[in-house]
Design a protein around this ligand. Structure first.
Ligand code: ADP
Length: 665
């Protein structure tokens, strides 16, 4: 027996163990000492106190320990003991729940060492028990608090995402309806108020979209939607949409895509567009003089991946070095007065940064206050899965109207077949010679090789739109001289369109659906050179009928207006013949785009349908198509689905009405 009289000392303590025993006496730990050969275990009184017992209440056997282990921890603890004694573990330390006399569970940390004989066989093991219940409870509380906070944050983001999504639907209704109202007769004050209403609704919608995106990113729900797209088209189209704002501030927007950048890429062009709209939108917002340049080039190419480098340069107010470092954080604006002066929430760049990161790229800025800023970003794109370039269709001929005084050579630039046919036929009937280009790029090439007396230019086209093609043609003329009259054709019957076309270097403007008198008038004005007074053009029989459709006429379209606008029954017959094919094609494009969640492609298809339906004077269907354009622009694919179904029905009804139309010989 040991000479020490302490309670806490095992009965078989040696001198070195006495030191150990003395050391632990000062701690709150309980001591155990297990004689593996006899199975006897010494538990110090403190060991027993820790679980509510007096020394004599518990027998000194292994069972005293084992029986008090929590059933869920039992197996694990026994395995740890065994693994330590048998060798795989070189330390014995294990946490478990241990039964207290009062029935509660205490958390215990057990540590120990074994003594081994010459063969390494353990014959004795001793160690301590530490009560870690408080620490465990605190840890558990912390874990709970963290989980609750995370859940609350996710719930908040989900709530924000749901809310902003839900609010978007009625917002689209408000915007759509105010657009329809704007097309009715209003007095100037009403018109002004309505425009303000629509502008406010639009800024609210873009704010909602920002909040929606941001909360989606926060909730980790933002995913890229990849498909083949034409990068040049996306850029041109995005810049076109922004050009109105730039024009209002007298700023130029130029862009250049390096020639070696592939035509078709695989990626999320909707999100790319969003980044560009944000960056170019900011550039316009913070620039008062000069202009904005957008440049795209290849940064690197590896296997089927292309990394592009985008640069958006402006000559605006610039950003101080100190602010540059935090400009990509959410809710950051350069100075507190920014919001008052320029509006905005400070979310745009934060969203751009997240989107760019999703595209495996990075974003940064270089700027000198007072001199301007250049925003850079990179993004990785895949290789296109298929090629998608439209070919122009040939047009038919046949006399309709009297011949023009002098034949002209006219280039018709238009991507829709129906409109190509209508314009070409009308002009050819008048004795003019017509060539067709199905996009801006082709038009520019044809102008380079040939001379034309006039160009009819669609504004909205794939590859290169009408504004860009006009700019390119004017550039050629700056070098080589000359000035070919360019007449814009656009289905966007918005106020200010004319001004926009003229500002883009065009000479005149006709609205789609094409009306024969208006179109011929616009083209033939330039028959004797630009300065000449426009010749008056009469089309016998057409005018009075236009305003007086028969009572029994189909509601799907206005038969007489249609025939008159087509310039006669012969042309009407041809238009009817191609109706089914074209409408099915565009409707199919719309369905496919919708299924793919591609709102830009949906917009293209709806836009083409709108223009085409106008030719058939199908005002209701054309309006539905126009509404679909707006939904596509706003990315409201949910609303678009229902509307597309409606449009399909209207197109089918129009098809049936056209088929049963009796045309005079
Ligand atoms: P918002 O424009 O909605 O305020 P952003 O995140 O897009 O939010 O931009 C944050 C801030 O960065 C802007 O408020 C502005 O102070 C600054 N900024 C962004 N782009 C430019 C730029 N091209 N020129 C000058 N300042 C800019």
């Amino acid at each position: 027996m040991p000479s020490l009289s302490s309670d806490d000392l095992p009965p078989f303590a040696t001198a070195s163990e006495e030191r150990f025993a003395l050391a632990v006496r000062g701690t709150n730990d309980g001591i155990w000492d297990w004689d593996i050969r006899s199975g006897e275990v010494f538990f110090s009184p403190r060991w027993k106190n820790m679980i509510g017992y007096d020394d004599e209440e518990l027998p000194n056997t292994f069972a005293t320990f084992e029986e008090r282990l929590h059933p869920e921890d039992h197996e694990r603890v026994m395995k740890t003991v065994k693994d330590y004694l048998d060798g795989p573990l070189d330390r014995y330390a294990v946490e478990f729940r241990f039964l207290h006399k009062d029935g509660s569970w205490r958390w215990v940390l057990a540590r120990g060492r074994a003594l081994r004989d010459a063969e390494g066989k353990p014959y004795r093991m001793a160690g301590s028990h530490t009560d870690i219940t408080e620490q465990k409870v605190a840890e558990e509380q912390l874990r709970h608090a963290r989980l609750a906070a995370e859940a609350a944050n996710r719930a908040k983001s989900a709530f924000l995402a749901n809310m902003s999504h839900e609010i978007r639907t009625p917002m689209n209704g408000i915007i759509g309806m105010s657009e329809l109202l704007l097309n009715t007769s209003l007095d100037p004050k009403q018109h002004e108020y309505l425009l303000m209403l629509k502008n406010s609704a639009e800024s609210l919608l873009s704010l909602l979209n920002d909040v929606l995106d941001f909360s989606k990113i926060e909730a980790g729900k933002m995913e890229l939607d990849e498909q083949d797209f034409d990068l040049r088209h996306t850029i041109a189209d995005t810049l076109l949409a922004l050009s109105v704002r730039a024009m209002q501030k007298n700023l130029t927007i130029m862009h250049k895509v390096a020639e070696d950048v592939p035509v078709i890429l695989l990626g999320d062009d909707g999100r790319l567009r969003q980044i560009l709209i944000n960056l170019v939108g900011n550039a316009i917002k913070f620039t008062d003089r000069g202009g904005i340049q957008v440049a795209v080039r290849i940064e690197s190419r590896a296997l089927d991946k292309t990394t592009l480098h985008f640069e958006i340069h402006d000559s605006g107010i610039g950003i101080s070095h100190e602010v540059q470092s935090r400009i990509f954080d959410a809710f950051t604006q350069a100075e507190s007065s920014t919001n008052r002066r320029f509006g905005g929430t400070g979310l745009g760049l934060a969203i751009c940064r997240d989107l760019v990161e999703l595209m495996q790229g990075r974003i940064w800025v270089e700027s000198e206050p007072g001199k301007g800023s250049t925003f850079h970003f990179t993004a990785v794109f895949g290789e296109a899965t298929h090629d998608s370039v439209d070919r122009p269709a040939a047009s038919a001929t046949g006399p309709l109207l009297g011949l023009a005084e002098k034949p002209m050579k006219v280039l018709v630039v238009e991507d829709g077949r129906v409109n190509q046919l209508v314009a070409a036929k009308l002009l050819e009937e008048r004795g003019h010679c017509v060539e067709i280009a199905s996009n801006g790029q082709e038009a520019v090439e044809m102008v380079r090789d040939d001379e034309f007396d006039a160009i009819l230019m669609d504004v909205h086209m794939p590859q290169m739109n009408g504004f860009q093609a006009t700019a390119a043609i004017r550039q050629i003329e700056d070098k080589h001289g000359g000035h070919v009259p360019i007449i814009a054709m656009t289905a966007n019957a918005l106020k200010g369109d004319r001004e926009q076309c003229i500002a883009a270097g065009m000479d005149d403007y006709v609205s789609k659906p094409i009306h024969s008198a208006e179109l011929l008038h616009a083209v033939e004005r330039f028959m004797h050179g630009r300065a000449a007074a426009p010749p008056r053009l009469e089309i016998a029989g057409a005018a009075p009928q236009i305003t007086k459709p028969k009572k029994r006429a189909s509601t799907a379209f206005q038969a007489e207006t249609f025939i008159a606008a087509a310039g006669g029954p012969e042309m009407a017959r041809q238009l009817i013949a191609i109706y089914a094919e074209d409408s099915v094609k565009f409707l199919q494009d719309a369905s496919t785009s919708l299924a793919a969640g591609n709102s830009i492609a949906l917009y293209e298809a709806a836009h083409s349908l709108k223009g085409m339906l106008g030719v058939y004077t199908a005002s209701r269907a054309s309006e539905t198509a126009s509404h679909l354009c707006h939904l596509a622009q706003d990315g409201d694919l949910f609303g678009a689905r229902a509307l597309l179904e409606k449009l399909k029905k209207e197109c089918a009804r129009l098809g049936a009405a056209l088929a049963s139309l009796e045309l005079p010989e």
